[in-house]
Design a binder for this molecule. Structure first.
Ligand code: URA
Length: 275
């Protein structure tokens, strides 16, 4: 808790320190000295010959193939018929149009957790092994870090959490566009039912597919975009941020994710302008 009489800067510093401590960062020094001047003189190794360019991937905004389009239509029809989140969860569980259901998932579909009145709608990439077992998104190591970050920013009770796809991709690979396209009608219906004020797009796979953009997450993160559903019926401000699985591998990037969450918390607490 902030000390009585502390300023906004103090509170930001205190909450940042609490976040770092929570993340296990409790020392600023290494055990042995590092000669960074000598390190800077080292000649970098020559880059290896470039590998052949990979086959072109469909762009994030590309129209689905006829086969995928038919599955998207099925998903749209089922999603539209779901009057609430439990009905939508049942529709997803019964849907056979996403190949991940038969390729990656060992147990079940993984749809959502959190509050149906949440002002903040969090969208990750796709379930992993632990999510497949428990049937809930973000319950493994990355999910625990996400929860600690949301708690440190005072957002725990204000989120609804889901993913771009609802079955585990084999070997935890990134979902491909066609898989995200067939799941999108369910995701859009969930956004419609929850009617959040903001979207938090967690990781590159989520940010690129939701915003239909090609840039990497390091360039997208921390910038506000307007998300529109396929029919363009409305707009919701969306903020991309770094994925907690990336932060587990690159702890130095945590300060950028933290700054994104503070931006979001500050905007959530700002009074809404009258329509
Ligand atoms: N990573 C995600 O993007 N989503 C999950 O649900 C778990 C890990």
């Amino acid at each position: 808790m902030a000390a009585a009489g502390s300023t906004g800067h103090d509170r930001r510093a205190e909450s940042l320190l609490a976040f770092w401590a929570e993340a296990g960062v409790d020392a600023m020094l290494l055990d042995a000295p590092v000669d960074r001047i000598a390190a800077g003189r080292t000649v970098p190794p020559r880059p290896a010959a470039r590998p052949a360019a990979p086959a072109a991937k469909p762009a994030a905004g590309a129209s689905p193939s006829p086969d995928v389009a038919a599955r998207v239509e099925d998903a749209r029809r089922l999603a539209a018929a779901a009057a609430d989140i439990p009905a939508l969860a049942a529709a997803i569980a019964g849907f056979d149009g996403c190949p991940l259901k038969f390729e990656g998932a060992a147990r079940q579909s993984v749809f959502c957790r959190g509050s149906v009145d949440a002002p903040l709608f969090v969208i990750g990439e796709g379930p992993g092994a632990e999510e497949d077992v428990q049937g809930q998104p973000f319950v493994g190591r990355a999910g625990k870090l996400l929860d600690r970050m949301l708690a440190a920013a005072g957002l725990s009770e204000r989120v609804f959490i889901t993913n771009t796809v609802f079955w585990r991709p084999p070997g935890n690979r990134t979902p491909v566009l066609a898989e995200q396209q067939v799941c999108a009608p369910f995701l859009e219906r969930a956004i419609e039912l929850i009617s959040p004020r903001f979207l938090l797009l967690v990781g590159g796979a989520s940010a690129k597919s939701m915003l239909r953009r090609e840039e990497g997450i390091l360039s997208l993160r921390g910038r506000w975009f307007e998300w529109r559903p396929a029919d363009g019926a409305r707009e919701i401000p969306a903020l991309p941020t770094l994925h907690p699985a990336f932060l587990l591998r690159q702890p130095a990037a945590k300060k950028r994710a933290w700054s994104d969450l503070l931006t979001l918390a500050e905007r959530l607490d700002r009074p809404e302008r009258p329509a």
